[in-house]
Design a protein around this ligand. Structure first.
Ligand code: CTP
Ligand code: MG
Length: 235
């Protein structure tokens, strides 16, 4: 039976946010970011395996959390594994912890706590229909300029075909595994998302519509923004 694998990466330190705890363990109205992520995934009406990747010293707390919030009737198994030094390494550890019978893998940032079940479903459906990697994307609204190191603008970039991408990003399992097994590309900077690995390996990546509520919590202003989203019940 085809089942889903989801890797929820929550092992970052949250340096830009600068809170006293790692970002995924910051609370919004009494619930940690990682709790929102676990809750949305385990509410999906699929069979699957969720791997939550956390800082090593947060593993016990995360297992307790899973015990507390896992719905009684769920098709989901959950495991918790320690993260790596970089996001890419954490994703790799998470994917390595997935069991055998999985056809589709999703990678999601705990830092996007309000990504909706509908967004997950859109990504899953498109992966299964297309056989390609799939990323949620939103049009770029601001004017985009290229700037030289001294601060002088060199160019306005045509944004007509530019998008900003979010998570969850979805992959046929074999496609992601092959991309992760490809040798590191020393010529380019490390990939900043998972789909980039597939692109570098020559695989196809396509977009589905992203959503405002999947906004990533990066700095203090994002915390204020997400608090308001929650308070206003914009969810
Ligand atoms: N992440 C991870 N392991 C790492 C680094 C990041 O699992 N070594 C996760 C974060 O927990 C987050 C997601 O990757 O859910 C996106 O990363 P980012 O927003 O950069 O979070 P942090 O790395 O925690 O923040 P910062 O870069 O400000 O330290
Ligand atoms: Mg980071």
């Amino acid at each position: 039976l085809a089942t889903l694998g989801v890797v929820l990466v929550a092992a970052g330190r949250g340096e830009r946010l600068g809170a006293s705890v790692p970002k995924a363990f910051v609370e919004l109205r009494g619930r940690t970011l990682v709790e929102f992520g676990i809750a949305v995934v385990t509410s999906l009406p699929h069979r699957g395996h969720l791997v939550v990747v956390v800082p090593e010293d947060r593993a016990a707390q995360t297992l307790d959390l899973v015990d507390r919030i896992l719905p009684a009737e769920t098709g989901w198994d959950v495991s918790v594994v320690p993260g790596g030094r970089t996001r890419n390494e954490s994703v790799r550890f998470g994917v390595d912890a997935l069991p055998g019978a999985i056809d589709t893998v999703l990678v999601h940032d705990a830092a996007r706590p309000f990504a909706s079940a509908e967004l997950f479903e859109r990504v899953i459906a498109e992966v299964r229909a297309s056989g390609d990697a799939v990323v949620p994307a939103q049009p770029v609204i601001d004017t985009i300029k290229r700037v030289a190191p001294g601060g002088l603008v060199t160019e306005t970039v045509d944004r007509g075909d530019l998008v900003a991408v979010q998570t969850p990003q979805g992959f046929p399992r074999e496609l992601l595994a092959a991309a992760q097994a490809a040798p590191d590309d020393a010529e380019h900077a490390p990939p900043t998302d998972d789909a980039e690995l597939v692109q570098r390996a020559g695989g196809r990546v396509r977009v589905v519509a992203g959503e405002l509520r999947a906004h990533k919590l990066t700095g203090p202003a994002d915390l204020v923004l997400l608090e308001h989203v929650l308070a206003a019940k914009l969810l």
